[in-house]
Design a protein around this ligand. Structure first.
Ligand code: NAD
Length: 476
């Protein structure tokens, strides 16, 4: 089922946004209730279908990503197709084991008996995706949902329209079209979707919209996974190899022009390292651009919309810091140069809003304690990066701060192994996915206790005697 709701941009009274959704969700629920999605063979077929989609349609997907985001081919393949296929292959390899009831050891008080945890699908789930990695962030959660045996409605982002239309065409072709629906459209369609009675909502996007999603889901007591954003800091310790740290952070801001949820947002460095770090980032960006301007490089992406370009231009004013590198913005071309701002005002919008663009503030702090205090005083981020010559420094930072994930001596890559659960904490999100954690997110982990019919000790039953009380107290 692929439904394009063009009416959502200007809903007309005759065809309000998403008026087809009640029937769509009802149809999906009928398929779920029939039991069709439960067998392992169905789940394998869906995961195989997703892998086939990524394999056979790779060229068209990469073209759509380039059209929507000016995404270089290698970046498009690696971040949206290769990474997603890797995650799906992991699910395909392990789903048979995860669907088996898991034995648990019972305490003496529960014996004789057997304990099992049985993963059952939740039902009709919705996956709502953002535009920045529009293939990965729709298909990876969808794969987890299908591996867990659910039926699903997938809503791609309207801000990546070519990719959205292509996925709406391809998903029904490669997956069970009666169990997986794609609904295209904007916020109004997403709101109508959230008005339906769903069994889980998996939302990836901004913290602002995350609040709206959670409120809407609460009306039906629908559980949510929120994969949100925030300002992910980098701490560069004096013991770090500053050249490598600068190059890796520079890459994290260059990739997808900084429009990555776990992109390093700002860097904290001591006075001893500051100039070397700033020079290192500048040199890395020059090298990435082949010695010229990033604007002329086919390896540097563009900002998704003119509105976001204007927003980034706004962040480059009134920050009170010094622009050491870059600063050029071309709104018509949706180009923002890789830009480094030294010592902006910590209360400026540049330092309080998620940047989501190729701008790196570098803030000088006295020492490690000051860096930790800076991070700990702000909303808990999605990712935290520490560069240090010694893991004990990283461990100290980990012990004294909080974040969804941590990557030591690198950026972004902690999200790639399917074995590491991915998600935020507090305002950067709630819930986890990737690998087993995604399967669990989309499952009801049902506890089952099997008891034999006999013995049937009188211990539990009244009349409650002193002797029974003594025995119960001893064994419970
Ligand atoms: P967004 O919140 O504007 O939109 C995300 C999705 O929500 C889209 O499909 C959109 O149509 C829908 N939506 C928009 N307004 C809505 C509303 N009022 N009610 C219901 N749905 C609505 O986010 P975006 O601009 O597409 O993406 C950028 C944000 O996403 C950044 O904050 C980034 O950090 C975050 N992000 C997080 C992750 C992660 O895995 N944690 C990954 C990518 C992006």
């Amino acid at each position: 089922m692929a439904i394009t709701d063009k009416a959502t941009e200007t809903p007309s009274p005759a065809a309000p946004a998403g008026d087809h959704l009640p029937a769509l969700v009802e149809g999906l629920r009928r398929v779920f209730d029939s039991g069709r999605t439960r067998p392992l063979s169905w789940r394998h077929e869906q995961l195989d279908g997703l892998l086939r989609l990524l394999d056979t349609e790779e060229e068209r997907l990469v073209d759509a990503l380039a059209a929507d985001l000016g995404r270089p081919r290698l970046e498009g393949w690696a971040a949206d197709i290769g990474t997603t296929a890797n995650e799906i292959r992991h699910l395909r390899r392990h789903v048979a084991g995860w669907t088996k009831p898991r034995r648990v050891r019972l305490p003496l008080s529960s014996r004789p008996g057997r304990g099992r945890v049985v993963a059952e699908p939740l039902g009709v789930v919705a996956v709502i995706a953002p535009w920045n990695y529009p293939v990965q962030l729709l298909l990876a959660p969808l794969a987890a949902a299908l591996a867990a045996g659910n039926v699903a409605v997938a809503k791609p982002s309207e801000l990546a329209p070519r990719t959205s239309a292509l996925l709406a065409e391809l998903i029904p072709r490669h997956l069970d079209p009666e169990a997986v629906a794609v609904v295209e459209g904007d916020a109004a369609v997403a709101r109508s979707l959230l008005d339906q009675e769903l069994d889980h909502v998996f939302f990836t996007g901004s913290t602002r919209v995350g609040r709206i999603v959670m409120e809407a889901a609460a009306r039906h007591l629908t559980p949510v996974t929120l994969e949100l954003g925030g300002k992910s800091p980098v701490i560069v310790h004096d013991s770090a190899d500053v050249e490598v740290a600068a190059r890796r952070v520079a890459w994290g801001k260059w990739l997808n022009a900084g429009q990555t949820c776990v992109a390093p947002d700002y860097a904290l460095v001591t006075p001893a390292l500051r100039d070397a770090f700033v020079d290192g980032v500048a040199a890395a960006w020059r090298d990435f651009a082949g010695g010229g301007e990033a604007r002329a490089s086919t390896d540097f992406g563009r900002i998704v919309t003119e509105r976001h370009t204007v927003r980034l231009a706004g962040l480059l004013t009134g920050h009170g810091g010094e622009i050491a590198v870059g600063g050029e913005v071309d709104e018509g071309e949706r180009y923002v140069a890789p830009t480094l701002v030294v010592d902006p005002d910590p209360d400026s919008p540049l330092m309080s809003e998620e940047i989501f663009g190729p701008i790196l503030p570098v803030v000088t702090v006295d020492d490690l304690d000051a860096a930790i205090a800076f991070v700990a005083a702000r909303p808990r981020p999605l990712a935290l990066y520490v560069f240090a010559g010694d893991d004990t420094v990283a461990d100290e930072v980990i012990a004294r701060t909080s974040s969804g994930g941590v990557c030591v001596n690198q950026v972004l890559l902690h999200i790639t192994p399917p074995e590491l659960p991915f998600g935020g904490v507090g305002p950067s999100g709630t819930g986890r996915y990737h690998g087993r954690s995604g399967f669990d997110t989309f499952s009801n982990l049902r506890s089952v206790l099997y008891k034999p019919q006999r013995p049937d000790p009188a211990l539990l039953y009244p009349p409650y005697t002193r002797l029974k009380e003594r025995i119960v107290r001893r064994f419970l």
